[in-house]
Design a protein. Structure first.
Ligand SMILES: Cc1ncc(C[n+]2csc(CCOP(=O)(O)OP(=O)(O)O)c2C)c(N)n1
Ligand SMILES: Cc1ncc(C[n+]2csc(CCOP(=O)(O)OP(=O)(O)O)c2C)c(N)n1
Ligand SMILES: [Mg+2]
Ligand SMILES: [Mg+2]
Lengths: 378, 337, 378, 337
């Protein structure tokens, strides 16, 4: 089943005319029983080699980004970093399938998706560096701030997508949520609103198996998380999140589905968080090295590289070029984080309101006086 | 419930309206003037809201601009955030005070903080209308006074009108604000009636002295304003000439007006329905004392709802600050010094 | 499919060992496409006539209860009354299928279910009378207070059911939710917890087509509300809520399913609110007389009486006896509401905490002094 | 993050523990003594909690009594309500202050009100542990001080320990309480260390004078207690002898101890991290002034977090009440009269 096959009209009913209907056929909403895959399947032969090479270069970049950011935490340049290592195919595809005027709603782990949209790493990582709550211009990049309160960004995406449609723009919003985030009430309310409004929004759940230490089996008893879609009358898709080609295909279809007015889509990408929750976490407390090793085998980067090599779509020079570009990114990151950020304590009081209240003006004066006294004392 | 659709009120013309009609008119005028203004919430469309404040708006502006949403308050406020990010000015109705609680995470972690988090790049011009307070015989969860939660949350403006004219003017100002406003509508004043002359939109944040007086100053807002005015009338017979200040805005707070009004009399009582402990009256008493200490002949006293869950209808009159309780407090202001 | 057919074990997967699985077969969780019905079908022949007559008597009682309560609002004896007229089959069946030690979690419209559990009407209606927040002893009747904040009682039911199982009791909790209530985050979180914990809880959604004025079509785009079950890995059932026999059968199966450790069940009963939302509501603003008329035809009481008469299971005397019992109930209600309730203003301060705080003692003293002064003045 | 599992502490024996270990020991001792006590929340089981406060409990008591829940705070608190109705005593962990907000409806409309609604028939002995406050370099939403919301809600007890001994003793008291307790754990004191001697469970609601003094009285609690004690040390050099009161319990409030401590000096400063406007300090200042007006040589001043969203890590030190800011306030207490 592809997304293009849409539910038919209401089924016949013995019911009196009422407000309950029309009832829909659930079949087209249900995901395939197994995650959609392309690499290492016969269908892969039809894929555009240039797309695959592009995805490869981006995954290499993404992996290096994750490594460099992790290193920055060790050097005290970042307060904390939740790596998306192992989830790069999801991150990269999420950014790649969007048009420039589409909107991305990332969760706190999704800085790589933000960087893949063109935001500079130092801006994407501002929150985690600790000098400000947020870095980039959300409107310029059509990318909402990282959302730390889980799933709360999902209703924002619905509202924005609906507003865009009201204003006549064929803009799509893509919201990123974790497997843990699907348990939150906001996830439910967002999907329900999206279904009712028919809003052009795509929800991508990166099911990486854990919410910090809590495995999916303690998070949900659903057949798959994609099955949640049917309860909202929206289409569900299940995809191998470590297969960059499958991710790109499914998300492209989902975005097209939403853009063309056929309603929202819930995509579950089955993937794995190869690193700990953040640098502050100790993952050995809740998972075995064997499990991690097995998933290393399905590392999205390795899977794609194997495919490219097996099909002679890349040579050593291509691999080296990708690695070189990644090193450039890493060097840029090191340079950008080398110096201490500039800080203005009085910025605490700007932007609480458009105009500071009289109360805030008084408080700013107090702080200014303290700073002046401190400076005098020095 | 009768209709709240107001006689078409041309700006500048004087009309006799209820508070409900004034709010309805404000919404209509704002929607007429600005196509980005839209109303959303439970039952606001076809029904016109359970208090009929949105009556007629769906008919005039269509279902898209007066949107009946699913029954989920976090979803309502959360999607309003997204709409505001895309340049709309949503006016959200949350049906009753206690039914705003499911939206608190969106309110506290996003609505209140978005401008600040993004250094001014994502302002959220959202108005959140909440019918609040008691005195209408509502069953539990229908009479909470939750303004203290909002007032303690930086990033929100917290307004509450007490007169029909303010119902119109302050709601217009709230919708015009580029910052989120929690707009608290005193339920029991919905049916109060007055002549008003809709004028230009005033900036928010100013208190108003509703009654001049020389003996002591009552500081109040929203549903307690009429009670305080009545108390001031009664007090006259007992020889007290009470000033009454209508705060109108809890955030920002109008220290200037309040401080002057208290200094003028040297005695003050804060009156509100909300639970006293940690209520708005605590802040008001504390800041008035900080600013007027040597002008005060007595501590600033508070007459508030008790520190209990809002009582059932048949007992609510014992909970609500009434004229007698206010006058008892005035009597305790150490007159015999 | 009956509830007794349970999902098989995990399906085979190409996935590495991980925390994501086991994945389940969704098929057994999906509801039938059309609501389950018994009356006016061949299967009705196998029903126990005594059960049908019992249901009939209870429906007659329930209808009269609704009428009398509505009358009490007109006389000012109740502050407000949300009638369950038209939904009596749901209300009565919900109470009837529970054992005495099972727990019921009603919503604000479900006082008839509470009365059907054996609570006296005057206690069931205390909240709506306005003299206190609540009437009956919840533990004695294993019936939680009416929940006004919608869907918030659903997680309570899950917690109680889980606690009972932890304590070794084979107790089931049944939570009543409206179609509107299914949109709330708490509904989602409750069903998800229930699925993960496998808690012995049944959720009965009375889909009466409206949440105040909002029709189901603006509330949900799901094929049916029962389809939401699959997203939580629990069983969904769709039933004709105006068919008392079907309601009784499906709920009995659901309770048995839960009690026997096979997990929670979500039942959607398709029904209709024949009266306005409450006596304060004007339903003509949002629905047509034609629609109401059509549903009058499917009045659960009329449907059952037709069936009983057609199958010669009841005679005029039986009908008269049921009516008489109903009049007795109505008379009892009138008598109980005739007098003003006794009120103690100082009760405001009892039961805020086990022991009043010093602050509350001060406030109680203040009120006591006021009351004394008032009494003196009289 | 290191383990919080404490050396087995026999009651009555003196042990050196961190606050985290003291809390862990309190949970373990309560679970050993009462089989109806159970711990639940996100990551509390296998991981032992992100701050390791529940470390080792799943191993000792099993997954059913130390329950890893799905990630949904309203669901956690809501199911705890049902468990308490069936005779269990759930101890709920909400992972960080701002992640308690999704549970506010359950907290405000059910947990706080259930005993009252049912005239005492459904008490809810639930302890809600919330790591709160700043000072540990947490990114946004990880450093809120939300105690004012809880303290303003009748029906809740609101406790916050500031010493290792109170970490143990007050958590035991909270779990023993038949009423719901919001138990606020100052994150930045988790690693503070002290010798403690676990003793019998004390009743809740009493403040403690941590330092006697004659010049002025600092009123504080939780994370600000060590700062106030340090300020008092520094003040000595400037000739002020400051008393320091640790409130420990915001609800109930210990008027007796606080009033006596303020009357003894005639001057007072309230210190806390939470936003000042409508914060706990407002209530404290207001009620102290009501009770001590004629003993006061100066208005009660407040040193609090500013009225802004909690700042990013690199700026938080400018927001948090520090020694200098406290001493500046003391200096403003009108000494030259
Ligand atoms: C509302 C809320 N509750 C709790 C947290 C604390 N927290 C941060 S990340 C996390 C786990 C998230 O898991 P998941 O959604 O699967 O995303 P992942 O970390 O796997 O990317 C938790 C519990 C939070 N950020 N927000
Ligand atoms: C959390 C919450 N939001 C809003 C309301 C106001 N309200 C009371 S009943 C109702 C409609 C309920 O619809 P439904 O769940 O379908 O139940 P029904 O009235 O049809 O029985 C609404 C919006 C409420 N009680 N609780
Ligand atoms: Mg995850
Ligand atoms: Mg309904």
């Amino acid at each position: 089943m592809t997304l293009l096959d849409q539910p038919a009209g209401p089924s016949a009913s013995v019911w009196p005319p009422n407000a309950h209907g029309p009832r829909r056929d659930p079949a087209p909403l249900l995901p395939d029983p197994e995650p959609f895959r392309l690499l290492d399947t016969p269908a892969a032969d039809k894929l555009d080699p240039e797309l695959l090479r592009d995805l490869y270069r981006r995954l290499v970049l993404g992996r290096r980004y994750n490594q460099q950011a992790t290193t920055l935490t060790k050097q005290g340049r970042l307060a904390v970093y939740p790596a998306s290592t192992g989830q790069e195919a999801c991150q990269v595809a999420a950014a790649l399938v969007l048009r420039e005027d589409d909107w991305l709603f990332p969760s706190y782990r999704d800085t790589l998706a933000v960087v893949s949209r063109g935001v500079r790493p130092v801006e994407a990582l501002t929150l985690l560096r600790g000098n400000a709550h947020h870095g980039w211009d959300p409107k310029a990049h059509r990318t909402a701030p990282l959302s730390t309160p889980l799933a709360t960004q999902a209703p924002h995406a619905v509202g924005l997508a609906h507003a865009a449609r009201l204003r006549g723009d064929d803009v799509v919003a893509l919201a990123l949520v974790g497997d843990g985030g699907t348990s939150e009430g906001d996830f439910h309310e967002a999907l329900n609103f999206a279904g009712v409004l028919g809003a052009p929004v795509v929800f991508l759940v990166q099911n990486n198996g854990y919410a910090i230490s809590v495995p999916l089996s303690k998070q949900s008893a659903a057949p798959t998380l994609a099955h949640k879609a049917v309860g909202y009358g929206i289409s569900g898709r299940l995809v191998d999140g470590n297969d960059a080609a499958a991710m790109h295909t499914v998300l492209t279809e989902a975005v097209e589905h939403a853009r063309s007015g056929r309603g929202p889509v819930l995509v579950e990408a089955v993937t794995y968080r190869l690193e700990a929750h953040t640098n502050a976490d100790d993952a050995t407390r809740y998972r075995t090295p064997d499990e991690v090793d097995a998933w290393q085998e399905r590392d999205p980067l390795a899977v794609l590289e194997r495919h490219l090599r097996a099909h002679d779509l890349i040579d050593d020079a291509g691999v080296a070029a990708a690695a070189e570009a990644a090193e450039e990114l890493a060097a840029e990151m090191r340079a950008e984080f080398h110096s201490e950020p500039e800080l203005d304590p009085l910025s605490l009081f700007t932007h609480v309101y458009a105009e500071p209240t009289p109360q805030l003006r008084e408080q700013a004066d107090l702080l200014a006086a303290e700073l002046a006294a401190e400076a005098d004392a020095r | 419930m009768s209709t709240a659709t107001a006689p078409a009120a041309a700006s500048g013309a004087t009309t006799s309206l209820t508070m409900a009609q004034a709010l309805n008119t404000a919404l209509r005028d704002a929607m007429r003037e600005d196509p980005t203004v839209l109303v959303m919430g439970e039952d606001v469309g076809t029904l016109g809201g359970v208090f009929r404040i949105t009556d007629g708006l769906a008919a005039e502006f269509g279902a898209d601009r007066c949107l009946d949403t699913p029954l989920a308050e976090a979803g309502i406020l959360g999607s309003a955030v997204g709409m505001a990010m895309y340049g709309l000015r949503p006016v959200v109705e949350l049906q009753f005070d206690a039914f705003a609680y499911p939206a608190f995470e969106q309110l506290l972690s996003h609505v209140a903080k978005m401008r600040n988090r993004t250094a001014g790049r994502l302002p959220l011009p959202i108005t959140i209308r909440i019918p609040y307070g008691g005195g209408i015989g509502g069953v539990e969860h229908h009479s909470d006074s939750s303004e203290a939660y909002y007032a303690h949350t930086p990033g929100l403006h917290v307004l509450t009108p007490a007169t029909v004219a303010d119902g119109y003017g302050m709601l217009r100002a709230a919708i015009a604000s580029d910052d989120p406003v929690v707009f608290l509508e005193p339920k029991r004043l919905y049916w109060s009636k007055d002549e008003i002359t809709p004028g230009p939109v005033e900036p928010i944040g100013r208190a108003v002295v509703r009654r001049q007086g020389t003996s002591a100053t009552l500081l109040t807002y929203g549903p307690s304003l009429p009670v305080c005015l009545e108390a001031a009338e009664v007090a006259r017979a007992e020889g007290w000439d009470l000033a009454v200040v209508d705060l109108r805005s809890l955030t920002p707070f109008d220290d200037e007006t309040v401080t002057a009004a208290v200094r003028a009399t040297g005695r003050a009582v804060v009156v509100h329905e909300a639970t006293g402990f940690g209520g708005p009256g605590a802040e008001i008493a504390a800041r008035v004392t900080e600013r007027c200490f040597h002008h005060l002949a007595a501590p600033v006293l508070r007459v508030t709802g008790f520190d209990i869950p809002y009582p059932p209808p048949m007992l609510e009159r014992h909970h609500l600050p009434g004229v007698d309780r206010i006058l008892d407090a005035v009597a305790r202001l150490q007159w015999e010094q």
